[in-house]
Design a binder for this molecule. Structure first.
Ligand code: ATP
Length: 537
């Protein structure tokens, strides 16, 4: 199916999000849309999927102009979309989710489960989309939930599939699997419109690249171009793709975690006897495959989860019993991994979101009232400094593009005096230009002495920023290594395997095999060595 967008313009009030965009998607190609935050990519895809009506322009499918008033119209025309936030029913099975709204119903209106299963299994076979049709969606990891979304589109006969930043929430392994599926779909004549900010991914799968800047198509790029070339085309200026930082000069221990254990709802340890020391002026990267206790560790530090055992102290003060509000208020900056859920209040203005929990403090609050001029002045400064693309500082934060919402959260958290800064996936969804800036600000925060914890599933990001890397596996810190450690060894540690350790049967030894009695080795690394000393670089 050949898809043409001709002269698509989409305005929101006076803002022109898409400005006469022409885009052709040929059958059997992976077409990458590249563009800075707020460039208009998601808006264009929402127009294509019938979620927004274009102000001007037309959509042409195989030579015939079509009008999409709803997503249903787009689906009928053979277009499918996988959103970043999945639209699945957690308590339904995979087959039920795939067939929902598209049921092969029996006379009573019941879903024909047998036929639904078969249909799903056929698609699973055809495209190598391995997923068990009988599993409940709530039990599936993110990568598999995404597959269910893709299956939903395929069962509705999608010929063009829109994937809007599908890899933002995936582990590197899941990303590889997704690419395999994307290539299989391409082989079978499907087309894919792929949005990502990760230039390596663009180079790995794109057949063609269209670059959008400030609502306009500014050109096409060859997937063989270097990452540097793609980056500057994307943001309109040269971008440094490496983090500039000097050797850390760690000072006194500021954060001390002893024997910390956090349990999940089933009583399983999700953080398992963790010991950590974090010093002034250092960045500790926490690497690990998503779901190995990183989130729960940060939640425990913030008072969002009560530990089952162990202690956490900041500057010698035990944090036990303190509420998250008190902990944040005491100078702990936090960038949560899910910005939409935990980072911003969508209906509040950009200006309000830039002060949120600081609103009772000077200069934003005085004698119990908000000082609007201080809130506005702060917003203007932050918007300028962090290049937050918003129509006005009074626009609801929910109308900002995903990357710009992320900039709001980072700007707020990095703009007050901090005693500790914790950022989970700090650059998720931001473009290469904004990433360069955020990394610079994080290093600057370290250089004024703030201890920093970065949790990221992006190994590149951890390696670039961290002065030391703690690797988590199944709730344990399996090792703390310098950032010069090879990717291979980091990968092994993330899989719970100690590099170099060999079993008699040839398999690598796991940390659980070698250190079952507690986090003694991690502790030794931590407390007995000065952080600088263990880094040979
Ligand atoms: N519902 C809306 N109301 C008002 N403005 C909107 C709305 N949706 C998007 N915008 C604005 O349209 C512009 C384009 O946003 P869009 O989400 O399409 O960008 P994007 O290229 O997808 O960015 P990102 O890479 O950050 O996801 C932005 O300025 C955004 O604030």
């Amino acid at each position: 199916m050949k898809l043409e967008l001709r002269g698509i313009t989409k305005r929101f009030g006076s803002l022109v999000a898409n400005d006469h965009i022409d885009l052709t998607v040929e059958p059997g190609e992976i077409h990458c849309l590249l563009g800075e935050n707020g460039a208009g990519k998601s808006t264009l895809m929402n127009v294509l999927y019938g979620l927004y009506e274009p102000t001007e322009g037309e959509i042409v499918v195989d030579g015939t102009p079509r009008k999409f008033r709803t997503a249903g119209d787009a689906i009928d025309a053979g277009i499918g979309m996988v959103h970043q936030h999945f639209m699945l029913v957690p308590v339904f099975t995979v087959a039920e989710n795939v067939m929902l709204g598209h049921e092969e119903t029996k006379p009573m209106g019941w879903l024909d489960r047998r036929r639904a299963r078969k249909k799903v299994l056929d698609l699973v076979d055809e495209y190598g989309l391995k997923v068990d049709p009988d599993m409940l969606v709530e039990d599936l990891p993110v990568g598999l939930q995404q597959r269910v979304e893709i299956l939903k589109a395929l069962v509705r006969d999608a010929k063009v599939l829109i994937l809007d930043e599908p890899t933002a929430v995936l582990t590197p392994q899941e990303t590889e699997e997704l690419f395999r599926v994307m290539r299989a779909l391409r082989e079978s004549g499907h087309s894919i419109v792929f949005i990502t900010h990760k230039l390596k991914e663009v180079k790995a799968v794109a057949d063609r690249i269209t670059v959008i800047r400030r609502g306009k198509v500014v050109g096409t790029a060859d997937p063989a171009s270097s990452e540097k070339e793609l980056a500057s085309l994307m943001v309109g200026r040269p971008v440094k793709l490496v983090v500039d930082k000097t050797e850390a000069e760690p000072g006194a221990v500021r954060l001390e975690i002893n024997d910390l254990t956090v349990l999940d709802g089933n009583g399983q340890a999700v953080v398992d006897r963790v010991d950590l020391r974090l010093r002034e002026g250092e960045i500790l990267g926490i690497a690990g495959v998503d779901g190995n206790g990183q989130s729960e560790l940060t939640q425990a530090i913030l008072g969002l989860r009560a530990p089952a055992a162990g202690s956490i102290s900041l500057d010698g003060k035990d944090l036990a019993g303190m509420s998250p509000r008190q902990i944040l208020g005491s100078g702990v900056g936090f960038v949560p991994e899910d910005r939409q859920h935990d980072g911003i209040v969508s209906d509040f203005t950009v200006a309000e979101n830039l002060v949120l929990d600081m609103v009772t403090q000077a200069p934003f609050g005085k004698r119990g009232s908000i000082v609007p001029s201080a809130v506005r002045d702060n917003a203007r400064e932050r918007v300028e400094e962090f290049d937050i693309r918003t129509q006005t500082i009074e626009s609801p934060a929910g109308t900002l593009s995903g990357g710009n919402q992320q900039k709001v959260v980072v700007a707020r958290e990095l703009s007050r005096p901090l005693r500790l800064f914790i950022a989970s996936q700090p650059t998720r969804g931001v473009d290469v230009g904004a990433m360069e800036f955020i990394h610079k600000r994080i290093v600057a925060e370290r250089d004024v002495g703030t201890p920093v914890i970065i949790v990221s599933t992006e190994l590149d990001e951890v390696v670039a920023l961290a002065d030391r890397i703690a690797v988590m596996y199944r709730g344990r810190i399996v090792d703390i290594v310098p950032p010069t450690t090879s990717r291979g060894d980091l990968g092994l540690l993330m899989a719970g395997v100690l590099p170099g350790a060999e079993h008699a049967d040839g398999a690598g030894a796991t940390r659980a095999d070698t250190a079952p009695a507690g986090p003694v080795e991690a502790k030794t690394n931590e407390s007995d060595a000065t952080p600088g000393e263990e880094d040979p670089a």
